[in-house]
Design a protein around this ligand. Structure first.
Ligand code: GLU
Length: 448
């Protein structure tokens, strides 16, 4: 069987065995479509069933999460942890608390995570988890009881050498604190390295909170530099207003760019003077309100509940909200308005049709598994500090993050050149490079 026929057959089988999981199919297709030239050169990977094994998680956990809300009513949610691949290290990946979470979403995220984590060059495997729990409007007490119930089941599968969760959408420092407390209580172990994204002061790493947003900006900076461009004086649009978006805005401003728009699920905000970061943080992180509140304090800004943030003309777009938020029409609008670079701060925010539009128009496009790898890379730095019972300074940690992102960028370009001839093909570079590192380790470890 030739390389493409083999890849096609694995994809068909994966779709057949995992029905009704469109996001998982999309994530698998996105990787597999890049691997033709890799399998041409490495037919041995077909012979040892690397792809068949990669597409099947090592372990999938689904569990009941019962909890009591503030009115005394019993609530039941569904919890997940997909331990996808441990060839390179303990399963590593975040937990997402959002009503849209289901097994297919967790599998898409876990699959992405394998290659992203491999790209960082660190010793971390791939996994992901979460629950269909909606934290919106929940009190601190409700969040705590939910986290405690979630960990009461999940703790038996975790460990600093086994599986190390962190945050994702709906899970930040507060939730990681409650989860860690419950893990410690049940196991009677102060096992710092069992969770990352802990607050600084009791095991958390400096820069972990900022890392995904900063990293995406570093990656975009590297892409722009290949064309002699930079952020200085550039108009930037960032979608979302969560942890990734907020720190992407901060770094763009530090590099001399101006973020003129951001969004949340209720609509988008335009502030031509540049997004006021302190105000945005106060609204989203302290008050936990919708972004429309921003215009009350900044009369020059406007909020729109219709259209999308991508209608706002910009030189650089950083989609930092959620999967499939940037559709074909958005890509067309961005290209029409002269966008030069797009770097994915979120996981799979651009639909395949949107990515194709960018590629056809020659827009620099950094796929999430490369561009947003800074978050998980800094989690791995947190694990290193925990293992050594050490704490690094902010500056030291940020320097490590910057050098990891530079290395990820170089690796993408070099691998893309080796396997496709065009260094600008970051999709090919990220997929092929992440795949090769995992495939080599899986081959060495035998058929397991
Ligand atoms: N959820 C983040 C991601 O998508 C971070 C995972 C981690 O730090 O383990 O990569």
């Amino acid at each position: 069987m030739n390389a493409n026929a083999h890849i096609e057959a694995v994809f068909d089988e994966t779709r057949r065995r995992n029905p009704a999981e469109p996001e998982f199919h999309q994530a698998v297709a996105e990787v597999l479509e890049s691997l033709g030239p890799v399998f041409e050169r490495h037919p041995e990977y077909a012979a040892t069933g690397i792809l068949e094994r990669l597409c099947e998680p090592e372990r999938q956990l689904i569990f009941r999460v019962p909890w009591v809300d503030d009115s005394g009513a019993v609530r039941v949610n569904r919890g997940f942890r997909v331990e996808f691949n441990s060839a390179l290290g303990p399963y590593k990946g975040g937990l997402r608390f959002h009503p849209s979470v289901n097994l297919g979403i967790v599998k898409f995220l876990g699959f992405e995570q394998i290659f992203k984590n491999a790209l960082t060059g660190m010793a971390i495997g791939g996994g992901k988890g979460g629950a269909d729990f909606d934290p919106k409007g929940r009190s601190d007490g409700e969040i705590m009881r939910f986290c405690q119930s979630f960990m009461t089941e999940l703790h038996r599968y975790l460990g600093e050498h086994t599986d190390v969760p962190a945050g994702d959408i709906g899970v930040g420092g507060r939730e990681i604190g409650y989860l860690f407390g419950q893990y410690k209580r049940i196991t009677n172990r102060y096992e710092s390295g069992v969770l990352t994204g802990k607050p600084v002061g009791w095991g958390g790493s400096h820069v972990r909170t900022e890392a995904t947003g900063y990293g995406a900006v570093f990656f975009a900076h590297e892409m722009l530099a290949t064309r002699g461009l930079g952020f200085d004086g550039r108009r930037v649009v960032v979608s979302g207003s969560g942890n990734v978006a907020v720190y992407a805005v901060e770094k763009v401003h530090a590099l001399g760019g101006r973020v003129v728009a951001c969004s949340d699920s209720s609509g988008y905000l335009v502030d031509e003077a540049g997004i006021d970061l302190e105000l945005l943080k106060e609204i989203k992180e302290v008050r936990r309100e919708r972004i429309a509140a921003y215009t009350e304090a900044r009369p020059g800004a406007s909020f729109s509940a219709r259209g999308t943030v991508y209608d706002v003309p910009c030189d650089i777009a950083l989609p930092c909200a959620t999967q499939n938020e940037l559709a074909r029409e958005d890509a067309v609008a961005l290209v029409k308005n002269g966008v030069r670079a797009v770097a994915e701060g979120a996981n799979m925010p651009c639909t395949p049709a949107a990515v194709q539009i960018f590629r056809d128009a020659g827009v620099l496009f950094g796929p999430g598994k490369a561009a947003n790898a800074g978050g998980v890379a800094t989690s791995a730095l947190e694990m290193q500090q925990n293992a050594a019972r050490d704490t690094w300074t902010f500056a030291q940690t940020e320097a490590r993050l910057a050098s990891i992102m530079r290395e990820v960028h170089t690796q993408c370009r070099e691998t893309a050149t080796t396997y496709g001839g065009n260094g600008d093909d970051y999709v090919l570079g990220a997929n092929a490079s992440g795949f090769l590192r995992v495939a080599e380790a899986m081959t060495a470890q035998g058929v397991i």
